[in-house]
Design a protein around this ligand. Structure first.
Ligand SMILES: Cc1cc2nc3c(=O)[nH]c(=O)nc-3n(C[C@H](O)[C@H](O)[C@H](O)COP(=O)(O)O)c2cc1C
Length: 194
């Protein structure tokens, strides 16, 4: 028996009740019951802007505290990390980008072993865009695929929906159909699915 999966959903929209969260929750409904789920709305976390300390002092990053510690602990507790970001300027939203920038600091926290501990964990993405053309999400998919590769993580691909106003993604029948099987462990096509 494989050990139960533990999902961390990072919500990156700059509004509540948006399409990306709707699509992510539609996909999460089909997770196996034993899978744990934690949802973090980055807009509510008040994570400060990332500071690059690589070439300051001894180049290490101090241990995380406050909201940084909250999201770091959640990241390290998850077997599966889901970046639920609206498509903003063809890529991830600013709050998601800020979260990912923190990974760079966490690589340099003495004793944390962030890279070694993240190796082999799965990275997924859910996104919704206003554009009808799925190619618009290619930079988002590329950013996350390459980041996963850098970290030695298992890139599991993007669930893509279309919609502009909140709720519109519920009219995207193809995305809702793809959501039903998106998190299936054996899915072997980590591209963009919609
Ligand atoms: C700052 C910003 C940038 C956006 N950039 C894009 C874009 O590059 N391509 C696109 O198709 N839609 C773009 N959109 C539209 C959103 O992707 C779309 O409205 C989506 O439904 C928003 O997700 P949400 O409902 O989860 O907030 C943008 C919206 C905002 C607010």
């Amino acid at each position: 028996m494989p050990s139960p999966r533990s999902f961390l959903f990072l919500l990156g929209s700059a509004r509540t009740g948006g399409n990306t969260e709707t699509l992510a929750r539609a996909a999460a409904e089909h997770l196996e019951p034993e899978a744990a789920q934690e949802w973090i709305r980055l807009a509510d976390l008040a994570l400060p802007p990332f500071k690059d300390l690589r070439h300051t002092g001894d180049g290490t990053t101090p241990p995380a505290t406050g909201p940084e510690r909250t999201v770091q602990d959640a990241t390290l507790a998850a077997t599966d990390i889901v970046i639920a970001s609206p498509l903003y300027w063809y890529s991830v939203s600013g709050s998601i980008k800020n979260y990912l920038d923190y990974w760079s600091g966490w690589l340099r926290v003495p004793g944390l072993d962030f890279k070694a501990r993240m190796r082999g964990r799965r990275l997924w993405a859910v996104t919704v865009q206003g554009d009808d053309d799925p190619a618009a999400a290619a930079p988002l998919a590329g950013t996350l695929r390459l980041s996963a590769e850098y970290m030695g993580m298992d890139w599991r691909g993007v669930l893509l929906g279309c919609g502009s106003r909140p709720g519109q993604v519920l009219r995207d029948d193809a995305a809702l159909a793809a959501a039903k099987t998106f998190f299936t462990p054996e899915t072997d096509t980590p591209g963009i699915r919609h």
